[in-house]
Ligand binder design. Structure first.
Ligand code: NAI
Length: 331
């Protein structure tokens, strides 16, 4: 029996989680879901960020399927995502972006995987006021974490038949921090002569991604650039409603959609659940259900081929339930 921890999260979280679970349950796998509360709603109701027992449960199950959790902007509590990724050293954030048949965008044949460092950089949360009018944030880059993520990116490329790993940096300005990341990438790249190395400064990278995304294969980046670039990439291939992700640690793995809690459409049942469904398919593959994972991905792709089942973010009128039922019928 495989036990999996679930956090429904805020906003559209419970809706898209309902879709993902319904679909997996159709496959009648020996999976037990253990649901815990966390997020802004839970915090407002209880004063707690995480339900008691949640961290222990994740440590026991090693697999977490997570809905989006809201983080207050400019003040309030710290990001639950950052907290969980750091707690379980889920150091590699994998965000695949692929053109899908049925989703028309300006670009064809995009097939990029962003590998983002997940535990340090400007997300270390070390911020303070120097004076009333001067705020500082500390950017932390270590050789150890940089080595781990660069190695992960090259191993991923090798194991998945990919040809190139592009590193994104701003080492011309941040000579020490991004310089260390770039230097580490260069050292690691020498161990993988079968994979082409490639370096891009982050501003040029954004321009190149918009002008010619097909030149990219695997992208590795420190936390902040990786976060921004992966959203940019998801926009190239149909938007956040389709973008899945995994946070991989040596012990614990967290699967979640790239998108947030979408408070503007929460409770309306018009969200696109594809991103979390595809993330849950990544999860099934990771725990050994590769065929079942492919069945779900194919059912989503087949559903997306028919415009009658496109949700509003894709320019359609279908609601989440109609979309989910169709995916189930294609399983
Ligand atoms: P967002 O991703 O929630 O929404 C951006 C836009 O995309 C909105 O217009 C929204 O309606 C739309 N959208 C997102 N997901 C969609 C879906 N599945 N179907 C249809 N439309 C969708 O980003 P935003 O507004 O910047 O963040 C809202 C909250 O989410 C914030 O509190 C933020 O901190 C949190 N957040 C949480 C994340 C997580 O838990 N992994 C990731 C990103 C943001």
């Amino acid at each position: 029996m495989q036990y999996i921890t679930i956090i429904n999260g805020d906003g559209i979280g419970p809706e898209v989680m309902d879709s993902a679970i319904r679909i997996i349950d159709e496959l009648k796998l020996p999976i037990v879901w253990e649901t815990f509360e966390s997020g802004k709603n839970y915090f407002e109701n209880t004063g707690l960020l995480l339900q008691d027992g949640l961290l222990e449960n994740i440590r026991k199950n090693k697999i977490l399927l997570k809905g989006p959790t809201e983080t207050p902007i400019g003040g309030g509590f710290k990001s639950i995502n950052v907290l969980l990724r750091k707690e379980f050293d889920a150091y590699a954030n994998i965000r695949p972006v692929k053109s899908l048949a049925g989703i028309k965008t300006k670009y064809d044949n995009i097939d990029i995987v962003v590998v983002r460092e997940n535990t340090e950089d400007l997300y270390s949360g070390i911020e303070y006021m120097v004076t009333k009018n001067i705020a500082q944030s500390v950017k932390v880059i270590t050789r150890e974490a940089s080595e781990k993520i660069c190695r992960y990116a090259f191993e991923f490329a090798r194991n998945n038949g990919r040809k190139k790993v592009t590193v994104v940096h701003k080492a011309n300005i941040m000579k020490m921090t991004d310089g260390l990341f770039l230097d580490t990438y260069r050292q690691i790249s020498k161990l993988y002569p079968d994979i082409a190395p490639d370096e891009k400064i982050v501003d040029n990278m954004c321009m190149q991604l918009v002008v010619n995304p097909n030149q990219f294969d695997v992208i590795v980046a420190p936390n902040l650039y990786g976060d921004i670039i992966s959203d940019l990439c998801s926009g190239l291939a149909g938007g956040l409603g389709l973008a899945s992700s995994a946070n991989i640690g040596d012990d614990v793995k967290i699967f979640e959609a790239v998108h947030g809690s979408a408070p503007d459409i929460a409770g309306m049942n018009i969200s696109n659940p594809s991103a979390l469904i595809l993330s849950s398919a990544m999860m099934l593959s990771e725990i050994g259900y590769k065929d079942e994972s492919t069945r779900i991905v194919n059912a989503v792709l087949k559903t997306l081929e028919n415009k009658d089942f496109h949700t509003r973010d894709l320019g359609g009128t279908a609601d989440r339930i109609k979309f989910t039922n169709k995916v189930i019928s294609h399983l």
